[in-house]
Design a protein around this ligand. Structure first.
Ligand SMILES: C[S@@+](CC[C@H](N)C(=O)[O-])C[C@H]1O[C@@H](n2cnc3c(N)ncnc32)[C@H](O)[C@@H]1O
Length: 290
């Protein structure tokens, strides 16, 4: 659906961009982009990036009153622009591609034929819609690598921030004994169901938080591709839901956030076993201390 939008341009230290971007989603952004160089006549500044973010026009007042410096940003401009069909753009940009060592994702709508040719790989059909996760983002790709190199066969898996269900489908295809997941985004639970049907897989998912989990729940693998500030305070609870030999697979971090991962490991009484990096993103395998 096309609707009028407004465009907010912020400037921030390059290291603050991902965290600021995460705040922009909370303000209702429909999309944002980091620009390193000059943008629309505004010159590049050494060590700083521009963030160009789009919002429905209803957010204009809140955006004009927000204090961006609280989040490390500085406002460059805020202006009304015409209608933008984000979904159409997103779909146009989504192309079938390999994922990890064993998968191939076709993000096109189900009616699109001929189907992508996955060769030896397992095909996952995940149409690019509202929920996050068609496998194009580095954080998803890292999480898939962590799963492909974990002991998934027969394991009980929890998928935190399940999005489209992509990591759950990967775990199920790799032979997990059971997989369940949750997400705070209501679009996600519908997506997991629909994508499950498209792939002849079924993953139970609830809309909500970890609080819905019973105290006796136990998992061999917990995978969480979620920005760490989004799970603030939840990591010790996730660790408590791990079976004695279980592992917590974390993605959604930046490579520069190793200290953050270390403090999460400490507060959860876990040890960092190994890491996985892709471009500026990073993930870690955490396990119970002996
Ligand atoms: C980066 S996406 C990952 C989606 C998918 N698992 C993947 O790997 O592509 C993060 C997801 O976590 C969800 N999320 C954010 N905070 C959360 C929280 N506190 N509890 C559960 N889900 C959360 C978001 O709605 C989003 O769907």
């Amino acid at each position: 659906m096309s609707e009028d939008h407004c465009r907010l341009v912020l400037e921030a230290a390059a290291d603050d961009v991902e965290r600021l971007g995460s705040e922009l989603w909370d303000f209702g952004a429909t999309g944002w982009q980091e620009i390193d160089g000059e943008w629309a006549g505004v010159p590049a500044t050494e060590g700083r990036s521009k963030i160009v973010a789009y919002f429905p026009t209803t957010a204009m007042t809140v955006l004009s009153e927000a204090s961006w410096s609280r989040f490390g940003g500085e406002k460059v401009s805020l202006e009304l622009i015409g209608p933008v069909d984000w979904m159409a753009r997103y779909r146009e940009l989504s192309a079938p591609s390999p994922l990890g060592a064993r998968f191939f994702v076709d993000p096109r709508e189900p009616g699109s034929l001929p189907l992508a040719e996955p060769g030896e790989r397992s095909l996952l059909r995940i149409p690019a819609r509202e929920a996050f996760g068609t496998g194009s983002h580095e954080s998803t790709r890292i999480a898939v690598r962590l799963l492909e190199t974990a002991e998934v066969e027969g394991s009980r898996v929890l998928d935190v921030g399940i999005g489209t269900g992509i990591l759950s489908f990967v775990a199920q295809t790799l032979g997990a004994g059971s997989v369940v997941g949750f997400d705070i985004d209501p679009a996600s639970t519908f997506a997991v169901q629909e994508n499950g049907s498209l792939n002849s897989l079924r993953v139970p998912a609830w809309c909500g938080t970890l609080a819905a989990l019973g105290p006796s729940a136990s998992f061999d693998l917990i995978v969480a591709n979620v920005r760490p500030e989004r799970l603030h305070g939840e990591y010790p609870k996730l660790a408590a839901a791990l079976a004695p030999q279980g592992a917590l697979l974390l993605s959604g971090f930046l490579g520069t956030e190793l200290d953050w991962a270390r403090s999460i490991a400490d507060e959860s009484r876990l040890s960092i076993e190994r890491s996985e990096e892709l471009d500026e993103w990073a993930g870690w395998v955490l396990r119970r201390r002996a």
